[in-house]
Design a binder for this molecule. Sequence first.
Ligand code: FES
Ligand code: FES
Length: 183
Amino acid sequence: MKRALTLHVNGEEHQVEIEPNRLLLHVLRDELGLTGTKEGCSIGVCGACSVIVDGRLVSSCLTLAIGCNRKNIETIEGLAKDGKLHPLQQAFIEYGGFQCGICTPGQIMAAKALLDENAKPSEEEVKEWMSGNLCRCTGYYKILESVMAVVDGKTDPNYTFRKRETTAKIQSLDVYKPVAKTN
Ligand code: FES
Ligand code: FES
């Protein structure tokens, strides 16, 4: 039998009716359309599904949504404010903390949970804390560098993303040869 519950997600209240065995991960993605939170291993190992519930980092693939009734849930979608990225989001872009991006929302939420508790962790503390978030692409150093850039205040407030003209210029060098479509 379905149960009604109230979820406070990123400062917004949502009423949902769900089966009691639904996981928070699936309710966020499928009921609320918040697909920023990713599903990797589904067994609490990879950290891709990390969100913050009442200030605690949790694996949403192991968390029943029903247990989050009236709790405050933070997901990656809630981090940017007024069109401005959260410093961690900016740092991951600026310092190349991601490649395919699947693990990135979880990495950033994990780092946020740490920095909310301790704004000046050591590199060793960051390494240990982030060890629950796996990444198959980056080799981890760039993730560490991104988090430490926020800790050390090294993000550039005037950082601008690569402009289209630059991309066009690179393409004009004929380095990239698009593969011709056969049909
Ligand atoms: S999907 Fe939840 S820890 Fe991997
Ligand atoms: S950026 Fe691809 S898994 Fe981390």
